[in-house]
Ligand binder design. Structure first.
Ligand code: SME
Length: 162
Protein backbone atom coordinates (compact mmCIF):
# COMPACT_ATOMS: atom_id res chain seq x y z
CA UNK A 1 0.00 0.00 0.00
CA UNK A 2 1.40 3.37 -0.97
CA UNK A 3 0.37 6.77 0.32
CA UNK A 4 1.11 10.12 -1.22
CA UNK A 5 3.09 12.56 0.91
CA UNK A 6 1.28 15.81 1.47
CA UNK A 7 0.93 19.08 3.33
CA UNK A 8 -1.83 20.57 5.48
CA UNK A 9 -4.08 21.07 2.45
CA UNK A 10 -3.96 17.32 1.76
CA UNK A 11 -4.30 16.16 5.35
CA UNK A 12 -8.03 15.44 5.51
CA UNK A 13 -8.05 13.57 2.22
CA UNK A 14 -5.01 11.50 3.20
CA UNK A 15 -6.58 10.60 6.53
CA UNK A 16 -9.86 9.65 4.85
CA UNK A 17 -7.87 7.38 2.52
CA UNK A 18 -5.87 5.79 5.32
CA UNK A 19 -8.89 4.99 7.53
CA UNK A 20 -11.39 4.04 4.80
CA UNK A 21 -12.99 0.67 5.54
CA UNK A 22 -11.38 0.36 8.99
CA UNK A 23 -13.31 0.80 12.26
CA UNK A 24 -10.52 0.04 14.76
CA UNK A 25 -9.81 3.26 16.75
CA UNK A 26 -6.19 2.40 17.62
CA UNK A 27 -5.31 1.53 14.04
CA UNK A 28 -6.98 4.65 12.66
CA UNK A 29 -5.48 6.91 15.33
CA UNK A 30 -2.02 5.51 14.55
CA UNK A 31 -2.29 6.36 10.87
CA UNK A 32 -3.89 9.73 11.63
CA UNK A 33 -1.00 10.62 13.97
CA UNK A 34 1.53 9.66 11.29
CA UNK A 35 -0.23 11.81 8.69
CA UNK A 36 -0.60 14.83 10.99
CA UNK A 37 3.10 14.66 11.84
CA UNK A 38 4.03 14.32 8.17
CA UNK A 39 1.68 16.95 6.73
CA UNK A 40 1.61 19.73 9.34
CA UNK A 41 4.90 21.68 9.31
CA UNK A 42 7.01 22.52 12.37
CA UNK A 43 5.79 19.85 14.78
CA UNK A 44 7.86 17.94 17.30
CA UNK A 45 4.95 15.82 18.59
CA UNK A 46 1.53 14.78 17.27
CA UNK A 47 -0.73 12.15 18.75
CA UNK A 48 -3.59 11.00 20.89
CA UNK A 49 -4.54 10.57 24.51
CA UNK A 50 -7.59 8.40 25.23
CA UNK A 51 -9.87 8.58 28.28
CA UNK A 52 -9.28 5.32 30.15
CA UNK A 53 -9.96 4.73 33.83
CA UNK A 54 -10.90 8.36 34.40
CA UNK A 55 -7.64 9.85 33.07
CA UNK A 56 -6.00 10.53 29.74
CA UNK A 57 -3.63 7.72 28.71
CA UNK A 58 -1.21 8.15 25.84
CA UNK A 59 -2.18 6.50 22.56
CA UNK A 60 -0.63 6.42 19.09
CA UNK A 61 1.76 9.30 18.42
CA UNK A 62 4.81 10.51 16.51
CA UNK A 63 7.60 12.26 18.39
CA UNK A 64 9.61 11.77 21.52
CA UNK A 65 8.55 9.64 24.48
CA UNK A 66 5.54 11.26 26.19
CA UNK A 67 4.05 11.28 29.67
CA UNK A 68 1.73 8.28 29.91
CA UNK A 69 -1.09 9.50 32.16
CA UNK A 70 -2.60 12.97 32.44
CA UNK A 71 -5.36 13.60 35.01
CA UNK A 72 -8.47 15.37 33.77
CA UNK A 73 -7.99 19.10 34.31
CA UNK A 74 -4.17 18.89 34.28
CA UNK A 75 -1.90 20.50 31.71
CA UNK A 76 -3.09 21.64 28.32
CA UNK A 77 -4.49 18.23 27.38
CA UNK A 78 -6.36 17.69 30.64
CA UNK A 79 -7.77 21.22 30.53
CA UNK A 80 -9.00 20.83 26.94
CA UNK A 81 -10.53 17.48 27.90
CA UNK A 82 -12.25 18.83 31.01
CA UNK A 83 -13.61 21.87 29.15
CA UNK A 84 -14.35 19.84 26.00
CA UNK A 85 -12.90 22.78 24.10
CA UNK A 86 -10.06 23.29 21.64
CA UNK A 87 -7.08 25.07 23.20
CA UNK A 88 -4.56 27.04 21.14
CA UNK A 89 -1.60 27.88 23.38
CA UNK A 90 0.90 30.33 21.84
CA UNK A 91 3.47 29.85 24.63
CA UNK A 92 3.19 26.70 26.72
CA UNK A 93 5.59 28.10 29.33
CA UNK A 94 2.97 30.74 30.14
CA UNK A 95 0.24 28.09 30.63
CA UNK A 96 -0.21 27.26 34.33
CA UNK A 97 0.31 23.54 34.87
CA UNK A 98 1.67 22.81 31.41
CA UNK A 99 3.19 19.34 31.36
CA UNK A 100 6.56 19.43 29.59
CA UNK A 101 7.07 16.09 27.88
CA UNK A 102 9.58 17.34 25.32
CA UNK A 103 11.64 20.40 26.30
CA UNK A 104 11.57 21.44 22.63
CA UNK A 105 7.82 22.23 22.76
CA UNK A 106 6.93 25.92 22.82
CA UNK A 107 3.37 26.06 21.51
CA UNK A 108 0.51 23.58 21.51
CA UNK A 109 -2.90 22.81 19.99
CA UNK A 110 -5.25 20.37 21.69
CA UNK A 111 -8.59 19.27 20.21
CA UNK A 112 -11.07 17.16 22.20
CA UNK A 113 -12.42 13.99 20.61
CA UNK A 114 -16.16 13.86 21.18
CA UNK A 115 -18.51 11.03 20.22
CA UNK A 116 -21.87 12.71 20.70
CA UNK A 117 -21.75 13.88 24.31
CA UNK A 118 -19.04 11.39 25.31
CA UNK A 119 -15.40 12.41 25.57
CA UNK A 120 -13.14 9.83 23.92
CA UNK A 121 -9.81 11.64 24.35
CA UNK A 122 -7.78 14.44 22.79
CA UNK A 123 -5.63 15.08 19.75
CA UNK A 124 -2.45 16.95 20.74
CA UNK A 125 0.01 18.82 18.51
CA UNK A 126 3.24 20.39 19.82
CA UNK A 127 5.57 22.77 18.01
CA UNK A 128 9.04 24.09 18.82
CA UNK A 129 7.93 27.46 17.36
CA UNK A 130 6.20 29.97 19.62
CA UNK A 131 2.73 30.96 18.40
CA UNK A 132 2.78 28.21 15.76
CA UNK A 133 -0.98 27.48 15.74
CA UNK A 134 -3.86 29.67 14.60
CA UNK A 135 -7.58 29.46 13.96
CA UNK A 136 -7.06 27.69 10.62
CA UNK A 137 -5.03 24.93 12.26
CA UNK A 138 -7.68 24.58 14.98
CA UNK A 139 -10.45 24.23 12.38
CA UNK A 140 -8.47 21.71 10.32
CA UNK A 141 -7.67 19.50 13.29
CA UNK A 142 -11.24 19.79 14.65
CA UNK A 143 -12.53 18.54 11.29
CA UNK A 144 -10.02 15.70 11.35
CA UNK A 145 -11.09 14.81 14.91
CA UNK A 146 -14.77 14.80 13.96
CA UNK A 147 -14.18 12.53 10.97
CA UNK A 148 -11.89 10.18 12.89
CA UNK A 149 -14.38 9.80 15.73
CA UNK A 150 -17.21 9.09 13.25
CA UNK A 151 -15.13 6.51 11.36
CA UNK A 152 -14.34 4.36 14.42
CA UNK A 153 -16.20 1.82 16.54
CA UNK A 154 -15.28 3.08 20.02
CA UNK A 155 -16.47 -0.14 21.67
CA UNK A 156 -13.21 -1.64 20.33
CA UNK A 157 -10.99 0.94 22.03
CA UNK A 158 -11.23 0.34 25.77
CA UNK A 159 -12.12 3.97 26.40
CA UNK A 160 -14.46 4.97 29.24
CA UNK A 161 -18.18 5.02 28.61
CA UNK A 162 -18.42 2.47 25.77
N1 SME B 1 2.05 19.27 27.01
C1 SME B 1 0.91 18.45 27.28
C2 SME B 1 1.32 17.04 27.67
C3 SME B 1 1.36 16.12 26.53
S1 SME B 1 2.73 16.26 25.62
O1 SME B 1 2.90 17.59 25.07
C4 SME B 1 2.85 15.11 24.46
C5 SME B 1 0.05 19.05 28.35
O2 SME B 1 0.42 20.03 29.01
O3 SME B 1 -1.03 18.52 28.55
Amino acid sequence: MQHARGDSADLLQLVEGAIAGERDPWANAANAAALVFECVPELNWAGFYFLRGGELVVGPFQGRVACVRIPMGSGVCGTAAARRATLVIPDVHAFPGHIACDAASNSELVVPLLAGDRLVGVLDLDSPRLNRFGADDARLLETLATRLVAACDWKLAGVDGF
